[in-house]
Design a protein around this ligand. Structure first.
Ligand code: AHG
Ligand code: MN
Ligand code: MN
Ligand code: MN
Length: 325
């Protein structure tokens, strides 16, 4: 089985970027180890603090954030980082060629139940004409990403990675300590009969999403003419992983449960990297009205509606939204 460096070299990825990706993975390996130790490592439970997203931080949110921040800034090739768990960007080397954004621990609510969690990251080119503490550097659409990936801490620790030449999957070999290529060309099936959505929000969605899901629930007897199955892992990283493995549609649409927070997922830390992985595997990722990767961000912590997965299913969901216009 192939190690990660030769695969990236073969794709023409430059050596600084390879080194940066490997550094991120070294931090993820450390997170993976602590996660697997669970209560024994004293990493479960919550802290007393709240993050900029208004969420109570889990101990693992903070530990994972600190680990990643430290090693990424030490590489010397990163101009600044931006994290779900940091109020502001953190400046690095003013001459660094890259910016890194990350969700250090996705699926926080799963930490204490020994269920799926992961780390999501995205790498952008650093503009040369801005200072390292200028947050506007990060306001680039997802199409600008030079790499995106996640590490899933499951029964095995897996990496999904793209540098724009398809999506590949690797599995952490804990005896050797590195990630080995286990799926060279992830390809999403075009059609699916599986959806992932938090159904408890149904009454808060807008009409197009209500109608779309209603028709899935009607199954064989409804307009879709087949029965659908539902899955919800409560960690985007787990749901997206399942979709990359066997297709499906995942949605966290707009809702009016909380007037100040119509969307849940974060554009820079979650939606953009996952959208690139999905598109590079032949899928689609939209808000309902536009392609996520083309959104011009206005704020590093911006949230967005997300509908992604198998191409035909996402296109069908899009048609429900367009019909409503
Ligand atoms: P995070 O743990 O990084 O804050 O993200 C959690 C997100 C995402 O992973 C998941 O899809 C969603 O929250 C789960 O939401 P529900 O609580 O509605 O299930
Ligand atoms: Mn969070
Ligand atoms: Mn998350
Ligand atoms: Mn998180």
């Amino acid at each position: 089985m192939r190690r990660i460096s030769p695969v990236l070299q073969q794709d023409g990825v430059d050596s600084d970027l390879i080194a940066l990706i490997k550094t991120i993975l070294a931090a993820c390996r450390e997170i993976s180890f602590r996660v697997s130790q669970g209560e024994l490592a004293g990493v479960l439970g919550s802290t007393l603090s709240e993050n900029v997203q208004g969420e109570t931080q889990k101990k693992l949110d903070v530990i994972a954030n600190e680990l990643l921040k430290e090693v990424i800034l030490e590489t010397g090739v990163v101009k600044a980082i931006s994290s779900e768990e940091e109020d502001d960007i953190v400046a690095g080397n003013p001459r660094g060629r890259y910016l890194v954004t990350f969700d250090p621990l996705d699926g926080s609510s799963n930490t204490d139940i020994n269920s799926l969690i992961g780390t999501i990251f995205s790498i952008l080119p650093a503009p040369t004409d801005k200072e390292a503490d200028d947050a506007s550097m990060f306001l680039q659409p997802g199409t600008a990403q030079v790499a995106a990936g996640y590490v899933l801490y499951g029964p095995s620790t897996m990496l999904a990675l793209t540098t724009g030449k398809g999506t590949r999957m690797y599995t952490l070999d804990k005896t050797y300590g590195g990630f080995l290529l286990t799926e060279d060309k992830v390809t999403l099936p075009k059609y699916t009969s599986e959806f992932a959505i938090n159904m408890s929000n149904q009454r808060f969605w807008q009409a197009p999403m209500q109608n779309y899901i209603q028709d899935l629930l009607l199954g064989k007897e409804g307009p879709r003419g087949k029965n659908y199955n539902m899955r919800w892992i409560a960690a985007m990283v787990g749901d997206v992983h399942r979709i990359l493995c066997r297709g499906g549609i995942f949605a966290y649409p707009a809702d009016n449960k909380d007037a100040n927070k119509p969307y849940k997922l974060r554009l820079m830390y979650e939606a953009n990297p996952m959208s690139l992985l999905i598109e590079q595997a032949g899928g689609l990722s939209i808000t309902g009205t536009e392609r996520i990767l083309e959104i011009q961000p206005a704020d590093i912590h911006q949230r967005v509606a997300v509908i992604l997965g198998s191409r035909h299913e996402v296109e069908t969901c899009l048609a429900y939204h367009q019909k409503a216009l």
